[in-house]
Design a protein around this ligand. Sequence first.
Ligand SMILES: [Zn+2]
Length: 269
Amino acid sequence: MQDTPSPLGVWGIAIPAGLFLLIVIFEWLRPRRTATADRTHRWPTHAGFFIANAVTGQILAFLVVVPLAANWAQENDFGLFNLVDPPVWATVLLTFILLDFAVWFQHVLMHKIPFLWRMHRVHHSDRHLDLTSALRFHPTEIIVSTLYKSAWVALLGVPALIALAFELWLNGNALFNHSNICLPHWLDRIIRPFVVTPDMHLVHHSTDKSEQDTNFGFALTIWDRLFRLYTAESKMGKDTQAVGIAEAQNRQPAKFIWSMLLPFRNVSR
Ligand SMILES: [Zn+2]
């Protein structure tokens, strides 16, 4: 199969941009919590992250690294799917499940290994959650994630288009579960057994370390349930739960330079 990432590159921008707009509208119509964090600094800071990551990570991941890994595996008959050659529907289904597990596992490692936590705590230091929080990843974490995912793509022999479709699905989920939308309780209950909802991910952004180390899922909730790392609601209650890292409950996380330098700072956990 001839892989041409450029048309997907267009969709790769159009779909998240459309979803972003849709979530902005819902956050405005049905906000879950009032923003207590410093919005005038926080939003420009997150715009800065977006620009930095668009250059170092997302575009590179979408257009270069992941397609390279996929094409290399295909040309060299490397990876599970290139050896077994399952039907397309099975490849799609298995890719989405196995890569979701890979991303979940990486997220656990990001919390457990001090060197990786230094990068990941930049994301966690945000003191409020809305869809812009999904943009707040340190460029070093984006680079690590891209290389990690590319290794999985090669090991599994995932075709480039399917790998990129997964990337889109993952990014869409990240925008949704970081959003400040007040989802009706009944709807949250219906979708939570399958997909991570904003209320479920909110618990993961608790200042309480024992809660922070649960609900690692970005898309599927099965892994947290399977490995007993699922927390339904924060002890602090979902409306009053403190968000961020305990060691920076101040105005610093809203600032761009402070956030970019955070991996290199010794702030103990
Ligand atoms: Zn996390």
